[in-house]
Ligand binder design. Sequence first.
Ligand code: HEM
Length: 346
Amino acid sequence: MLGFVAVVAVIAYAALVGVTGSLNLDIAAQAQENGNVPGHALGNVSDSDVWRQIRRGEVGKVSIPDLKSAVLINAEGSAWRAARNGPISFWGGLVIAASLAFIILFNVIHGRIVLRRGRSGEVIPRFSQAERWVHWFAAGTFILLGLTGLALIFGRYVLKPLFGPDVFAIIANASLQSHNLFGPIFIVALVILLGLYMRDNLWQNGDLSWALKGGFIGDSHPKSWKYNLGEKAWYWALFFGGLALAGTGLLLEFPWLFDRLSVLQLAHVIHAISALGLIAFSVGHIYLGVWGVEASLDGMTKGYVDVNWAKEHHGWWADEVLENRPAVVEGAAEAAAEDAPPAPAE
Ligand code: HEM
């Protein structure tokens, strides 16, 4: 009899084990998961399956309002990080390096674009004070944001090996703070800049002929309006790229505006691509403004340009200004005379 009871008890216990998958019948996981707990020895679902689901971003159950906490591993986050540290950094870095290499090569082969007839001494107005102020303000903040952004994305590969982890941590932290602080200031300057400069950057008849006749590269100095097609391309790149940069930057700075991680990850990717593209483009703009085209910088520093420069680079615009506003030209010439160095004593 005792033997029979023992056999029945063993069979009943074995049956229970089969149902629950656990020798320990009162553990908490059993109550929550109907016995489907991870573990070769303690559960009837394999560890690998469970962790695979978690790695793919399986959403669990939580009793608090923040549903994001029901996800143990954010699978999209891993894809985003891989894209940021992989193709975006690689191709972005390559585009900036290619842009720098192109400028150096252009300068070596083509050289500086000089004034063929030298300066005439007569000047015409090109940029108002407001246009110059907003240009330099936007340019200054753009350069600061560009450098701090580059430190954040490439710092670990360039600055960390050079200065060590402690100094890099200080640079990265300072970069992040100033990036966050100057981002919104740049956006205000950018919007005003785009508004002020839009009219003369719209398409005009003759724009294409400037490019077809060689633009900057040929020696023919084709005529153009106030801005040639190359400058207009810079403006519209700044318009679309800058607005994408600004919109996504605001989302990243104030993430509660859009409380979805996938939206923020997409915003970050668009932010990085448009920033790296604009930095690469700005290298060409800065080269031409500072050194590439003789006497170009005058317009943006003093507000007026030499008539020979205007005729050689922006012929149709120069004709228009000289024809329609002779009084202004005289006024500007006086201004230029004031700016000229004093005549040597006889
Ligand atoms: C050290 C940096 C820079 C220098 C030396 C520089 C220089 C110049 C110069 C000389 C011009 C006048 C060109 C002309 O008369 O046709 C100009 C125009 C302009 N610059 Fe800059 N610039 C710099 C950075 C920037 C940056 C970072 C931006 C954008 C945020 C920018 C946006 C513009 C725009 C929109 C124009 C008007 C012409 C156009 O529509 O293409 N500049 N710049």
